[in-house]
Each structure stands twice: as C-alpha cells, then as structure tokens.
Design a protein. Sequence first.
Length: 346
Amino acid sequence: MLRVLICGGSGYTGSELLRILALHDEVQITGVTSEKSAGMAVSELFPAFFIYENLKFEPLQIEKIKEKADLFFLALPHGKSQEVAAALLNAGKRVIDLSADFRIKDAKIYETWYKTPHLHHHLLSEAVYGLPEIYRDKIISARLIANPGCYPTSVILPLYPFLKKGLIDTDTIVVDSKSGTSGAGRKAEVSLSYCEVNEDFRAYNVAKHRHTPEIEQELSYASGKNITIDFTTHLLPVNRGILSTIYARLSKSLNTTDALDILEEIYSDEPFVKILPEGQLPAIKHIKGTNFCYISAIVNSRTGRIILISAIDNLVKGASGQAVQNMNIMFGIEETKALKNLALSP
Ligand SMILES: NC(=O)c1ccc[n+]([C@@H]2O[C@H](COP(=O)([O-])OP(=O)(O)OC[C@H]3O[C@@H](n4cnc5c(N)ncnc54)[C@H](OP(=O)(O)O)[C@@H]3O)[C@@H](O)[C@H]2O)c1
C-alpha cells in the first residue's frame, strides 16, 4: 500500500482527491490537512464521504506529518505550496503540487504574474510538468510534479500535435475558454456567490489571466518558437467543467479529416484523450466527473484556420484526476487505476 497525505484536503481539489482515491485499492490515505477544519472528521465536513469517518483533518505541521506518508499531494494556494514542497522534499518525500508554484520554469515570469516571490528557485529545474501525454517518461522518476493548470491542460493537449509538426502559424493562436465556478476554489467571494454567477455569463481577466505564461511556455516548447497567445477566460454558471475553443491559421493546407488523423496519430494510445469523430463536438456534460479530455478539430476552408475544441472537468483532468494519474505513473501502478471507471454523466 502506498501511503499518501493530502495537504489542503478541505478544498475543492483536495476533496476531489478524496473522492478519487476512495476507488484506489493500492493507496492508503494516512492524513489530510485543513487549518479551519482541524480536529473535524472528514465525514463531518463532507457527509458524502462517510467512508472517511475515522480520518480527521489536522493542521499542516511539517514535523508532525512528514513521516506519515511516502507521497504528498499539495492542494494548497500558490505561495504556500512552494514552502511545503521544499520542506517535504528535504525530508526525502515525493510531492505532487496542484498549485502553480513549480509550473513556470522562469521564476521572474512566475513572480510577475502571481505577484508572489519564488523562494525555492532551485527546485524549478527539477520539477516535472505533470502532463502525462507529453512528459510520461520524466514523470516516472520525478520527486516533484508540477501538476498542470486546468485551462492549460485544455489548451495544450489539442494544440500540441499541430505545433510539434509545424502545421500552425504560431503568431495567430487565439484561445477562448469557459470554466465552471469551482475553478476559483472553495472560498467565499461576492463575485462567485450564487446570485452573481447564476444566469450570468461573462469574460474575466482578459489578456491577463495567470495561466497565460504556463500555456505559452508549453506551446513554445512544443513548437521550438516563442509563442504568445490571446487568451480570454469566461465564467460559466455551472459547478465544474471547461470548454476551450482555439483558433489558429494553418501554415500547411489540411482538411478536417487530416486534422483528426493528426490528433489520432498522437493520442490513439492515450487512455484519457478522446478524439471525437467528424461531426461530433465536445460538451462539458460528457466529461463531467471523469478524467477525460475530449477534443474535436474542424478546418474552416474559407479562412484557412483550424478550430480546436476541447472539454475537461477542471477538478479531474484539470487537477486531481491528473494528479492521481501522475501518482500511478510515479509508483508503477496501472496508470488508469481509480480513474477509468470514474462516473460518466449521462
Ligand atoms: N479549483 C480548480 O479547478 C483547480 C484546478 C487546478 C489547480 N488548482 C490549484 O489547486 C490548488 C488548490 O485549489 P482549490 O480550488 O482546491 O482551492 P480551495 O478550494 O480554496 O482549497 C484550498 C485548501 O488549502 C488550504 N489552505 C489555504 N490556505 C492555507 C494555508 N495558509 N496553510 C495551510 N493550508 C491552507 C485550505 O484549508 P482550510 O480548510 O484551512 O481553508 C483548503 O484545504 C490551488 O493552488 C489552485 O490554483 C485548482
């Protein structure tokens, strides 16, 4: 049994880890932290998790938790994660960080976009970006996984094959993404309250969303060129799910069938990427609660642009499901364990 501990188990991604790991027969959750709910049973805060009646939240005190597990999931705010990750690595542990703290390789870019000092620069080069479809070989032996952001997962996966093959004019990428409100975490904020979000649909953080440099970094690595994008995010009045629509001018002539074949060529063996047949489009309803990324491609022959559409659940393939996928790879467990049977919505 692999012993795991969840730091920040009372939040949305932490509780999603609890949901997924309940299905994992090779993992034992040996601890879960929360400052506000310390002392409370997990099943008291989350009555749906009655199976965790003997597991209590405890405060995040490194000295008390560090010997309790072999792997630590950090479902913490950025800034806090870097401090906890550094201490756990020092104690010889392996860490999967769900925050943005180790995703961006250039500390200055991180500090500019996150307005937080990076106090553990030395770990940035070691951290492996945990997108299994691209970095599986490095994930196997990693001590520190920078689990990708939710929007970045939905954008990088569809674009990667076309950038790798040099089929896109890299100056023309426009990304239009929409996310459910759980993407902002389980905190109280007026702009996220029911009456503000319900029956509304609006853009936010236009041209300044923090996921922009992470997406640009990974797209640049794939293409070998410096890529900047237009990235507009919208808040959907739903709990979970991301739909991204991506536009780019093709640099070589392709039709829709060619584009779908290119996606299939890269992803046909991937357990959690599904390329939809021509005529079918992804919908957040289809991937809700699952670890899948659904992708479709359409070439608009009138404009010479490719239109890529992807759908993921921000809390699963966009966070905790991907984190469990990374854990499985790191510890030689079947990669789809606890993930392949996650409920599909009707
Ligand atoms: N939500 C998403 O869709 C999503 C997707 C991908 C990645 N992420 C990233 O994953 C991380 C967690 O996100 P989330 O949505 O789960 O956030 P969340 O719902 O706000 O939960 C945050 C968790 O961190 C704990 N925490 C907060 N400040 C702390 C501190 N100073 N010391 C110790 N524990 C602290 C909270 O515990 P208390 O009980 O004490 O408040 C809570 O358990 C973030 O970095 C986020 O950017 C989120």
